[in-house]
Every structure is written in structure tokens, then in C-alpha cells.
Design a protein around this ligand. Structure first.
Ligand SMILES: *Cc1c(COP(=O)(O)O)cnc(C)c1O
Length: 490
């Protein structure tokens, strides 16, 4: 028992007055009465004391004379996750822990246990500060610098791809990818519908027209069936797209072989939006290395972060050289400032690249942790038939950036999300597909099946659970418990 808990204890021959003082001084909203053998015999809350006083009990009454009242306790060995479940079930804020002889050994408090659990919060490692400190010591804060060069080389090395350009965001990388493929006003770009809006916004930056492509139920990613339908129709209309933007959703690669074969057959380059899938593989090869250009994000919620940043990768050195040029205001090599085309301020700073180098060093651990979170959810909720986890086809090794699932028909994910929110747990629906967004009202959309809008179905039934690599086992357990109860009452 800790001194802080000892401060809350009174004995049977103490008075009600002392119990009130302990309540006051302990500041935890509880006092605990122990007998001569240190067994817990009574729990006082403010409400209990108020009731006794209203009943006319005198302040100098010895506690042993008070009528007994039942109280909740938990056995030694109770985990924090189990404790929180009990607090929720009994609608109480304190749970004393007693050994087999009934002696007080610990006290769980809601305040300590119910820290908010986020969907995906940043998880910084040991080495980032060293790289950042180097940047400060050499006064190489911005722009560019040795951390940027090293981060690009290390990313390219990790991915097994020729070239990489570190940028200010994943969105910036996507925008440059479109520019590099000459996408301009009036051009068409095919794009996964089930994604975050950042995949599609740059199409509008270039005044091009998006055509949205449905996903397939096997991977939740772009359906080769839908892409084939869309390309065949575009060819007939003499309106082939300038690029196909394929998203690797929630950490899982799309089915690249058939998608790439289609892009090749129709002569359309692929941009791979791998913002969520760094470290995932498709048939053993790194996600993000399949398209003519690949894009990663280091936003705060991604599997590794630079606080904000992105990377554009390609095997074509000319594309990446040109990307660096466009990302630095398209400044020509002249002593004065000479410009012949429009450019952007899209490069990553040397300080943030330092964070990225440290994060890349622990990427494998982060993937193992996220996959571990998923495994724990699946294990703890294996008997819950209403949950169907996002599938992982045999050709895929997902980084499980987010643990996602669909709920059985008839269960409203929004209701479940609200119920979890009341317990300080952040869950989210699956991305609202782009073809359902007011921003893209009227955009063309090609479905997977003739009468089957797979993206809309996943949106209607999908749920994303807290999945951070820094979640404790007790936190995963707490979410699983809360979800089980929310579904039981749904
Ligand atoms: C996060 C994300 C992006 C954008 O990356 P930023 O670095 O936030 O600009 C693009 N596409 C997808 C699918 C994403 O999840």
C-alpha cells in the first residue's frame, strides 16, 4: 500500500470527524476504514458522510458504531483494464483492491485509469532529439541540410527505390506528382473514392477533373474490376485519364498486379498514395514503390511522423530532380532570381528531417506494435460475431496503421462511436468516400459491381479503433471491453 493510500485510512475506533478529515486531506473523494487486522471494512465517500450527518449522526461517533454498508472491491491481481470495466459497470469512481484475507492492498481510481485514448497519436523514440540537436548545433535549421539529404537516402534505401524527395507534406507530394505527370486544366485523373480528401484535393489544385473508382471488398482498395470498366469506357469516349491515383488504405497495399497491368495496357501512369502504408508490403515488396511516383506522409497521426511532412519517391531520377526544383519555387540556376514556370515552397526543413531519421529507425517496431494492437483486439473480441475485421489478403502484409472493421448490418457505427466517446475513447467512421462528398458533387464514379457500391457499404458499416503504437495492453483491453458492451446494447 502506498503512503498516498495510507493517508486515506482510518481505524474502527476513530470518529466520523476523522473520516471526514481524511476525505478532505486525501483529496481523492474517498476514505477507507480498516479494522485491527488491516482488513477493509467500510468505504466513505462525500455522499456517505452527508447522509450520516443528515440522519443525525454525531461527529464524535466511533466508526464501529455506524451501521454497516456494503461496498465494491476487487481481488488482488486485478488489471487496470479490468478495474476500469468494474468502475463502469458499478458506476463508481473508486475501487479498493483487497487480498484473500480482505486486507487493503491498492486503490484504483477512475481519474488515473480513464485517460483519453486517441485514435492514433504521435510516438517519439530515443534518437530523434539527437538528430534535431545536431541541426541546432550546426545552426542548420532551414532550409534543407544534411538531415534532409540523409533522410531521403535512408528512405530510398529502406524502400528499395532509386530516389526520394523530402517535402513539407504528403499533400504537397501528391500535388507535385500530378504536376510531374503534366496534369492540367481539363485533364481527367482516376482516383480511389474510399480515401482521405488529401488524395483528391490536388486534382482540383490542377483544375483537372476527378473520376472516382470504387474499392473491392477483398482489400478495401481500388477494384481492378471497376478500374477496367472505367478505362474501357474512357477509351471509347476518347477521354483516357492523365494518371490513376491508387490509395493504399489504412496501411494495406492495393492489389497492384492487376491494377498495374491495366495501367500499362492503357498507357496511363499510376501515382501511388501510400501516405498510410509505409512499411507495408505487397508480395514482399514495399508499399509505395509500385507507381511511376509514390507518396508518403509524416503527419502527426501517421505510423511515423516528422510532426508534418511528406516524401515523393520514384525510380526515375529525372522526376525526383524536377520535383526538388518545383518544390523550391522553381528557381533557375542563375545568380539573380530567375523563374520560367510556377513553383512551390514545398521542401522539408532540416530540423523536421532529423525527427524523420529517428522515426525511420524505429519503423519496424512501430509496425510490430500496431499489428500487435490489432492482434489483441481480434483475440479479445473473437467471440463477438458483429465485428468483421478489415481483411488482409494472402499477398498483403499490412502495417495495420488503423485497426478497422465493419459492423453487422443494422448496427449504426455512429451510435457505437458516441458510446465510446462518452468513455473518453476516440473511434471514427471509415473515410467518407469522395463520390459522396459535397465537394465532388457531380463527379463521375465507377462501381465495383453493377449494383454494388463497395465504398458506400464500407462507409455505412465501418469503424476505426484507437491503434497508436504507444497504446498499453490495458488500454486496448479497455477499448475492447467498451466496444463489447456498446455492441451488446446496440
Ligand atoms: C494523411 C494522408 C494524406 C495527406 O498527407 P499530409 O501529410 O497530411 O498532407 C494523403 N492521403 C492519405 C490517404 C492520407 O491518409
Amino acid at each position: 500500500m502506498t503512503p498516498a493510500i495510507q493517508m486515506l485510512c482510518v481505524s474502527c475506533d476513530d470518529t466520523l470527524q476523522l473520516a471526514m478529515e481524511r476525505l478532505q486531506v486525501g483529496g481523492k473523494g474517498i476514505a477507507l476504514e480498516l479494522d485491527a487486522e488491516a482488513r477493509l471494512v467500510r468505504v466513505f465517500t462525500d455522499g456517505d458522510v452527508r447522509r450520516l450527518l443528515l440522519d443525525g449522526t454525531a461527529l464524535d461517533t466511533p466508526l464501529e458504531r455506524l451501521p454497516t454498508r456494503p461496498f465494491r472491491s476487487a481481488p488482488a491481481g486485478t488489471t487496470p483494464g479490468q478495474a476500469l470495466t468494474l468502475l463502469d459497470r458499478y458506476v463508481i469512481d473508486h475501487l479498493p483492491v483487497v487480498d484473500t484475507a480482505g486486507r487493503l492492498v491498492d486503490l484504483f481510481q477512475r481519474r488515473d485509469l480513464s485517460e483519453r485514448i486517441f485514435l492514433s497519436s504521435p510516438h517519439i523514440g530515443q534518437d530523434e532529439q539527437g538528430f534535431v540537436a545536431d541541426a541546432f548545433q550546426t545552426n542548420w535549421i532551414a532550409p534543407l541540410g544534411p538531415n534532409v539529404d540523409a533522410f531521403e537516402l535512408e528512405m530510398a534505401g529502406f524502400l528499395g527505390i532509386g530516389h526520394a524527395a523530402a517535402l513539407s507534406s504528403g499533400t504537397a507530394a501528391l500535388h507535385l506528382a500530378l504536376r510531374l505527370l503534366d496534369v492540367g486544366p481539363g485533364d481527367r485523373v482516376f482516383c480511389s473514392s474510399l480515401t482521405f480528401v488529401a488524395s483528391a484535393n490536388p486534382i482540383l489544385y490542377q483544375f483537372a477533373t476527378p473520376v472516382f473508382i470504387d474499392c473491392e471488398p477483398e482489400s478495401w482498395n481500388m477494384s481492378p474490376v471497376a478500374l477496367e470498366k472505367a478505362l474501357a469506357a474512357a477509351l471509347r469516349a476518347n477521354a483516357l485519364p492523365k494518371a490513376v491515383m491508387v490509395v493504399d488504405l489504412y496501411g494495406q497495399s492495393a492489389d497492384m498486379d492487376p491494377l498495374l497491368a491495366l495501367c500499362e495496357r492503357y498507357g496511363v501512369p499510376m501515382i501511388e498514395d501510400a501516405a498510410e502504408s509505409l512499411g507495408a508490403t505487397y508480395k514482399g515488396r514495399q508499399s509505395g514503390t509500385f507507381g511511376r511516383l509514390g507518396v508518403f506522409s509524416f503527419n502527426g497521426n501517421k505510423i511515423i511522423t516528422t510532426s508534418g511532412g511528406g516524401m515523393l519517391v520514384s525510380d526515375d531520377p529525372d522526376l525526383i530532380t524536377r520535383a526538388r526544383h518545383l518544390a523550391t519555387q522553381a528557381r533557375e540556376p542563375a545568380l539573380h532570381y530567375e523563374h520560367v514556370e510556377v513553383g512551390y515552397n514545398y521542401r522539408m526543413s532540416n530540423v523536421l528531417a532529423g525527427i524523420g531519421r529517428g522515426q525511420l529507425g524505429v519503423l519496424d517496431q512501430r509496425i510490430a506494435a500496431r499489428r500487435g494492437v490489432f492482434d489483441k483486439y481480434r483475440e479479445q473480441l473473437r467471440e463477438v460475431e458483429a465485428i468483421h475485421w478489415m481483411p488482409e489478403p494472402e499477398w498483403s502484409r499490412s502495417n495495420r496503421w488503423l485497426t478497422t472493421a465493419t459492423l453487422a448490418e443494422g448496427i449504426d457505427p455512429a451510435r457505437v462511436i458516441h458510446q465510446l466517446a462518452r468513455l473518453d475513447i476516440e473511434a471514427r467512421p471509415v473515410w467518407k468516400p469522395m463520390h459522396l462528398q459535397p465537394l465532388f458533387a457531380g463527379a463521375a464514379y465507377v462501381t465495383h459491381g453493377d449494383n454494388h457500391d463497395c465504398s458506400a457499404t464500407l462507409f455505412g458499416r465501418g469503424l476505426c479503433l484507437p491503434s497508436g503504437s504507444n497504446m498499453t495492453a490495458a488500454q486496448v483491453e479497455r477499448v475492447a471491453d467498451a466496444l463489447r458492451r456498446a455492441l451488446a446494447s446496440a
